[in-house]
Design a protein around this ligand. Structure first.
Ligand code: GLY
Length: 370
């Protein structure tokens, strides 16, 4: 049988404080040791139990490259992001004699890469970290951009820091094991990138929504590349989210749809997938912009059409509005006690709507009220 050549990965540059590349393609695990750089000897490989097979494969590649991998099994999903798990990792690094020239790899979804980044940032005040996201959400959002953190009893991501990886490897082969609802939820962040910065993403999904949810499709590869490019540009311009002041939109742009989305996640006790909540949040934000006279009807309606075409939710219970409003008001994204929404005044053109009238918010909520 003639083997088809594996296409070269896309290499997308993030040039904020410590430039690095995000690789997107198939069959890329062998790139991970290359990114760790000469001088690294020991490598902590953090992964959830579900990724054991890939972790063993990656550990073998690291060994073959002359490195000393130490696999650290961490709990699945958000349970990984605790000080107790971070402490266990620090203890393993200490016992294995990790020095400042050793490294960390985060292999898993967004929670694993957030934890791995935090452990790398805090061990000896910072060692190299490579992210290997295994979920679509991780590839297009969590693993890129240097946000690291853990949760506390008081809330999510309350402890953390900006710490950039030395590289991110988005091996699309890893998406084959992802359950379809999780892949679809990841597409919400891809579609977000379409609305806030790259409308070609929307056209591509509209042309073939079925291929968009197929992990091995060339279309999905192109979508991931384009979404990573959007994220790379935004974080290159405003890594530490300091440009988002007053009405200016810096990294806060990436929070499009997230103000209501986060409130839904909290109300659901984080039982809703993040992307599903953001999907409803984007439809709400579009309607808010339309009612505020900033966005045209057609673009607002396009949100519902594109999001529903890939199977994302478009509604939430009608009687939840007061709860959601209360939660939004205390959300950490609120700045200076002012409720802020990223809204669009056209495709790829955003602004901040600060302190909107509650009646306006209630009217916009009617667009998603089930
Ligand atoms: N996930 C939003 C950000 O990276 O800023």
């Amino acid at each position: 049988m003639r083997m088809l050549p594996i296409a070269e990965p896309a290499r997308i540059a993030v040039e904020a404080e410590r430039p690095y590349q995000v690789l997107v393609g198939h069959g890329l695990l062998a790139e991970v040791p290359v990114l760790l750089d000469a001088g690294v000897q020991r490598v902590a490989l953090l992964h959830p139990p579900t990724m054991i097979k890939t972790a063993v494969r990656l550990a073998n590649l690291l060994t073959a490259a002359g490195l000393e991998p130490v696999r650290i099994d961490v709990p699945d999903a958000e349970a990984a992001k605790s000080v107790a798990v971070a402490e266990r990792c620090w203890s393993i690094l200490g016992n294995a004699g990790f020095t400042r020239s050793d490294g960390v790899i985060g292999l898993g979804g967004g929670a694993t890469t957030d934890l791995a980044g935090f452990v790398a940032a805090t061990w000896l005040r910072g060692v190299r970290v490579v992210m290997v996201p295994t979920s679509l959400l991780g590839m297009v959002d969590a693993a890129v951009g240097g946000k690291t953190g853990i949760n506390t009893a008081e809330g999510k991501n309350l402890v953390g820091c900006f710490y950039e990886p030395v590289g991110v490897v988005c091996d699309l082969d890893l998406l084959a094991t992802l359950l379809t609802p999780h892949l679809i939820a990841g597409l919400a962040e891809v579609i977000k990138c379409g609305f806030i910065a790259d409308p070609e993403i929307l056209t591509m999904i509209e042309s073939d929504a079925v291929a968009a949810v197929r992990p091995d499709s060339p279309l999905l590869r192109d979508l991931v590349e384009r979404a990573v490019l959007v994220k790379a540009r935004v974080v290159t311009a405003d890594l530490r989210e300091t440009a988002s002041t007053g009405y200016a939109v810096g990294r806060e742009l990436l929070n499009y749809g997230h103000t209501l989305g986060h409130a839904i996640e909290r109300r659901e006790g984080f039982g809703w997938r993040h992307g599903d909540a953001v999907s409803v949040g984007m439809i709400f934000a579009a309607e808010l912009a339309r009612l505020a006279g900033r966005l045209d009807q057609e673009t607002a309606q396009r949100h519902r059409l594109v999001l529903s075409s890939v199977g994302l939710p478009t509604s939430y219970p009608a009687d939840a509005f007061d709860d959601l409003l209360h939660t939004m008001a205390i959300d950490k994204k609120t700045r200076g006690s002012t409720l802020r929404f990223v809204i669009l005044n056209g495709l790829a053109s955003a602004e901040i709507l600060a302190a909107p009238d509650h009646d306006l918010l209630r009217a916009a909520y009617a667009a998603v009220a089930a």
